[in-house]
Design a protein. Structure first.
Length: 766
């Protein structure tokens, strides 16, 4: 059928437009769905990551607690030399506070010649000491009587808690004393709930009511006096996050607060908060937790604090630096009173309790620093000895309590003496830029009571007492003569030896010819004279005769493990040792031939007070006691009439000192080692550039030694002869037996069946 023509003038039909909007929405939805899914999955993954972060730290080892290092406990007894002023200084170091009522541990007051004290409890190396009240009565510069204030009975000895001398910190330099929730004072918790989080037990991490309340309080006050963060949020901020102010951090804080509340109980969160919150700065160390803050600000355990003191700690939460009671007492007082008002408002306090607490002063402790390493050189030694048995992380994270052997009074005296004597020695035109190192031990136990690694006690650099390896000069000579005297069939105290020039040809053909310090020859002399006057040529003859290896073996037996080169110059101290090694060597002489390892640690306790390790006194026979007795007898002659005689310019004549000087080539090193009845001390003086000091052992190190011993030592030397020692009268001219009535006759010790057998006839002299 033919197609009909379109009518002219007719309006053409329009196509209906295609509905494309549906296509657009489908495309947008298809794009958004994966984005939403990815965002949702990412959000859940991120929350999962936060959840893992929260649980890993909260359920693992939450805190790294530094090891605390303590000095030796001070033992008080009648006759102990201590002035009342020095005793008060000691109590201040121990953070005791003045309180005429002795209301709590760590309190004292002065009552005329009496100082009354309520001691701190402390877990010592061997026993736990309980707190108890005592009265210490002084007469002059010593303690006359100690009495128990409860019973009135006299006490033979009282041990005070030891002074903390340092800590081994973790990397972040944080410090804290952990407490359990049930150890937190009720007033502390009430103060926290009143000012920091009134809805703590009802919210789920965030408190919108608290935020609104804080905003209203701040508006009324015209400033920032209240915050809206919950205790949970504050814990998150301290425990997990940085102090950065950003929206992302606030979101993380809120999410992690919810996670904490979901995962853990309120009490677990509150206990963590009490131990984590930042409350101040002690030098480089951050003060975390109320346990440490209590001792840092008030010198007392948290359990002993008053209502007002608890309120002061709560006041610090808002801003430890801004409300620091030492630096800003007026601000701290105002904030403390605001805390007390809030506690009253919440019904925790009556108006009268609030008013009474507001009348109390801040009462912060005078001494601020607890944990700074006061004696870095000694702390260095302690750490080195501990590392033989403990890992680094144990020392900086487990809260170990290390009781050491340090006596702070002797340490302070040593540092002061070194400073003063070096200044005097440097007045000589040939002596400048001097350095020194010294170690003091208890003669009977080998406990190190003081150590100086240099003239600057605050230095944490090169520890010369432990690391300065220097030739020891004539300090080696007693070892040589001791080795010889262990062969009594060959050598006795009066054996004649030749102090004349000699030549020794070495393996390389080089000739060595030792000289005396005075460049003189003294002919044939008795063995004791050679040692007393430190004659080099006589010493080398004796040493070469008995053999270098025998001398080296004796040195090793005396506790020196460092290898020595067996050249003839070894006999004049050319082989270098550290002051610590020299001290170990002379400790064996001071121990009458018995070697006692030097100790700087008495005990290591866990954070809860449990004894982990003790370091008992160990003794072994190292060398022949009889030969040691004779050697020490000669070393007394060194001090009476030999190279050490100037020590008696400082010390009483009846101290019977034992010691030896040491000087090295070109006067580079000045040494002295010696002991009294109670202490052994080794002193070195030299220069770090190894140039000449212009000082002999007697002119340098001995001057420090003698001045130090004058101040710390009270006990003369008493040498007890072993059973196999015989005392014989000797004619000094001939070296033969003599009657005690013969002119110049001297009583000398001999090992049984040794020494002269013939008598000299001195009747013609009468």
């Amino acid at each position: 059928m033919a197609r009909q023509p379109r009518k002219t003038g007719a309006t053409p039909r329009r196509r209906k437009p295609v509905a494309r909007s549906g296509f657009k929405y489908k495309w947008l939805i298809s794009l958004l769905i994966p984005v939403i899914l990815v965002a949702g999955i990412g959000g859940f993954s991120y929350i999962g990551y936060l959840d893992y972060t929260v649980r890993e730290k909260f359920e693992g080892k939450r805190w790294s607690i530094p090891a605390r290092v303590y000095a030796s406990p001070v033992e008080l007894y009648a006759g102990y030399q201590l002035t009342p002023a020095s005793f008060v200084d000691l109590l201040m170091q121990l953070h005791y506070r003045q309180d005429s009522q002795l209301g709590g541990e760590g309190s004292y007051f002065v009552d005329g010649p009496h100082i009354k004290v309520r001691t701190h409890s402390f877990n010592f190396a061997d026993t736990a000491e309980k707190s108890h009240p005592i009265s210490v009565t002084f007469e002059g510069d010593s303690i006359a009587r100690i009495a128990d204030l409860d019973t009135g009975n006299e006490e033979a000895i009282v041990r005070l808690d030891p002074v903390q001398i340092g800590s081994f910190y973790p990397t972040l330099k944080e410090d804290r004393i952990l407490i359990k929730l049930d150890e937190a004072p009720k007033a502390l918790l009430q103060g926290l709930f009143s000012t920091e989080d009134r809805d703590f037990y009802s919210h789920h991490g965030l408190s919108f009511k608290g935020i609104l309340r804080a905003m209203w309080v701040n508006v009324k006050a015209g400033g920032l006096v209240a915050g809206g963060s919950t205790i949970t949020q504050q814990l998150v901020k301290n425990f997990y996050l940085t102090s950065e102010r950003s929206l992302a951090r606030k979101i993380n804080e809120a999410l992690m607060a919810f996670i904490l509340e979901y995962r853990y109980s309120k009490n677990e969160i509150l206990e963590a908060y009490l131990n984590e919150i930042f409350l101040g700065q002690d030098g480089a160390s951050a003060i975390h937790g109320f346990g440490l803050a209590s001792e840092f600000y008030f010198g007392e355990p948290l359990k002993n604090l008053s209502l007002s003191q608890n309120a002061t700690l709560v006041a610090l939460v808002r801003g430890p630096s801004y409300y620091d009671p030492r630096k800003n007492p007026e601000r701290a007082l105002e904030r403390r009173n605001l805390v007390l008002d809030s506690m009253q408002e919440e019904g925790y306090l009556t108006p009268q309790q609030t008013a009474d607490a507001k009348k109390e002063p801040l009462s912060v402790a005078t001494v601020t620093h607890r944990s700074a390493n006061r004696y870095p050189d000694f702390i260095d030694l302690v750490k080195r000895q501990l590392k033989q048995e403990y890992k680094e992380e144990d020392l900086t994270s487990e809260g170990l309590r290390i009781v050491t052997t340090l006596d702070t009074r002797i340490q302070d005296t040593l540092e002061k003496t070194i400073t003063e004597k070096l200044q005097k020695l440097e007045k000589s035109p040939k002596s400048n830029d001097l350095e020194s190192a010294a170690i003091v031990t208890r003669r009977d136990s080998g406990e190190i009571v003081a150590l100086a690694g240099g003239r600057n006690s605050a230095s944490t650099g090169f520890n010369r007492a432990l690391d300065a390896v220097r030739p020891i000069g004539s300090l080696i000579k007693p070892v040589i003569y001791l080795t010889a005297l262990e062969q009594p069939n060959r050598y006795t105290i009066v054996t004649p030896v030749s102090d004349t020039e000699m030549e020794i040809v070495g393996e390389n053909g080089k000739v060595w010819s030792p000289k005396n310090f005075d460049n003189r020859q003294h002919g044939t002399v008795a063995l004791h004279t050679a040692l007393a006057n430190s004659y080099n040529m006589a010493t080398v003859r004796v040493g070469m005769d008995i053999g270098l290896s025998h001398v080296a073996n004796t040195l090793k037996s005396m506790g020196v493990g460092r290898p020595v080169e067996l050249y003839p110059s070894f006999l004049l101290g050319a082989s270098p040792l550290t002051p610590l090694e020299v001290t170990q060597m002379y400790q064996t002489l001071a121990g009458d031939g018995y070697a006692t390892p030097l100790r700087s640690i008495r005990a290591v306790n866990a954070a809860d007070g449990r004894a982990l390790q003790s370091y008992p006194l160990t003794v072994r026979q190292a060398v022949e006691p009889a030969a040691t007795f004779i050697t020490n007898t000669i070393l007394q002659e060194v001090m009476r009439s030999g190279t050490g005689h100037s020590a008696y310019n400082y010390m009483p004549a009846d101290m019977a000192l034992v010691g030896k000087t040491g000087t090295t080539n070109q006067l580079r090193d000045s040494w002295f080692a010696g002991f009294t009845g109670d202490f052994l001390s080794v002193v070195w003086v030299g220069r770090d550039d190894n140039k000449s000091t212009g000082l002999t052992g007697g002119g340098g190190a001995l001057q420090i030694w003698a001045d130090l011993m004058r101040q710390i030592s009270k006990k003369p030397v008493t040498l007890t002869p072993p059973d196999n020692i015989e005392m014989k009268w000797i004619d000094p001219a001939s070296g033969e037996l003599s009657s005690e009535y013969c002119p110049g006759a001297h009583l000398y010790p001999f090992i049984e069946n040794s020494g002269p057998n013939e008598y000299v006839d001195c009747r013609s002299l009468f």
